[in-house]
Design a protein around this ligand. Structure first.
Ligand code: NI
Length: 401
């Protein structure tokens, strides 16, 4: 694997390689939190300006969008997306290029993603592809669904399909994971508030017992997944925390329950939300209580579309070889806002192995997370190839969803 990775990197010239390393290290050293990607946007703008690629940018909290025209600018574009934001937390990598800001770090590798896109932009600019390539540097992937802002800023204008990749230690450097169908789950949280009527523990007829009502509701919710959802569609409803009451001989007036919902399919998710609300309304009616629910929606699931998957697989095999293109058996239960793009156009989200063969795997978001920097070359060459393969299959990509 390692000699093969070296072969792939050898095809990038030394000047570009040095530039990408410097860029990635600078970005890693200067992490900025969601919606505050100011220095980051300036640095990326400078890189694009250096390449002579026109950009549009509406300022802090917005996406930085750049378009490479290619040989025929009238065609629809292939979009490539990278995230700009970092995470709260103190870095423990001890790397010479570690974060210079206390309390912030690029623990999700987004600095590497941006450098890869600049690398691909450089190759695409030098040797123009058949049609346009839209480079999307989006804000706030970690918090706030910056993809939606990027779409409002024009990220998908005249775009046939969008692609993105994410580094991971799940695979060694040189491997690319491409999965058909669901890649990440939807994760929603909810809070249920039960309001009854407090009273003396010995005089239940004068009270409405929030604890008993909560018990009924928790039991009732167990049939939501087991009896109402197709067993072939994975889903979970968990009540993870309950709080109520003050003393053994006092009937509780209020109770709160906190839960989470995991789904891989939008229809199942909508049915669970509807079912929760229905059971809550019915339980309130049944026990003369007042019950409210707040559902905090997370990102929709990332679901890779088949035509874009085949394009990504072809590009990946061209770069790393067929045997280094892998498919995870199961989707991850993490979440990603790439799904917002996929609601509008075809899209495929891949993972780049970024673990050096000598390293122990470290999970994303860990304060000790870092990438094997050779992944910058893999990502650069993959995105460059992807734009070309995408244009070769434009007739299949541009047929709409
Ligand atoms: Ni990330």
């Amino acid at each position: 694997m390692d000699t093969q990775v070296q072969d792939i990197l050898d095809q990038i010239d030394d000047t570009l390689r040095a530039r990408l390393l410097t860029l990635r290290r600078w970005l890693h050293q200067h992490p900025e939190l969601s919606f505050h990607e100011v220095e980051t946007a300036i640095r990326i703008s400078d890189e694009l300006e250096h390449l002579g690629i026109p950009t549009s940018y509406e300022g802090e909290g917005h996406a930085l969008i750049a378009r490479i025209d290619g040989r025929d600018p009238t065609r629809q574009a292939i979009a490539l997306r990278a995230e700009m934001d970092a995470l709260p937390g103190d870095e423990t990598t001890g790397a010479p290029y570690a974060s210079v800001y206390p309390g912030r770090m690029h623990a999700c590798g987004h600095g590497a993603h941006m450098a890869m896109l600049i690398g691909a932009a450089s190759l695409l600019n030098e040797n123009p592809p058949p049609g346009p390539v839209q480079l999307v540097f989006q804000p706030a992937e970690e918090l706030g669904g910056g993809a939606r802002i990027a779409i409002e800023d024009g990220a998908l204008d005249d775009v046939a399909a969008i692609f993105a990749g994410h580094v991971t230690h799940e695979y060694e450097t040189g491997k690319i994971m491409i999965r058909d169908g669901p890649v990440t789950a939807q994760s929603d949280r909810f809070t249920v508030r039960v309001r009854g009527k407090g009273g003396h523990g010995a005089r239940p007829h004068e009270a409405v017992d929030a604890v008993v009502i909560s018990g009924f509701l928790i039991a009732a919710l167990q049939t939501l997944v087991s009896r109402e959802i197709n067993p072939l569609h994975p889903s979970v409803v968990t009540i993870g925390k309950v709080s109520a009451g003050s003393a053994a001989n006092v009937i509780a007036e209020q109770a709160e329950m906190y839960g989470s919902i995991r789904t891989l399919n939008n229809e199942v998710r909508a049915n669970i939300h509807k079912g929760l609300k229905r059971m809550i309304a019915a339980t309130a009616e049944l026990h003369s209580a007042e019950i409210n629910i707040d559902i905090e929606e997370g990102y929709p699931p990332v679901i890779n579309e088949p035509v874009t998957v085949s394009v990504a697989r072809e590009a990946a095999a061209d770069i790393v070889g067929e045997s280094a293109v892998v498919a995870a058996e199961f989707p991850s239960m993490g979440s990603e806002d790439f799904s917002y793009y996929q609601e509008k156009v075809r899209g495929c989200f891949v993972r780049f192995g970024a673990r050096h063969p000598d390293w122990e795997p470290i999970p994303l978001h860990s304060p000790a997370f870092d990438v094997d920097e050779r992944v910058l070359g893999i990502g650069t060459r993959f995105f460059d190839r992807l734009a070309r393969v995408g244009h070769a299959h434009m007739n299949r990509l541009s047929n709409g969803l």
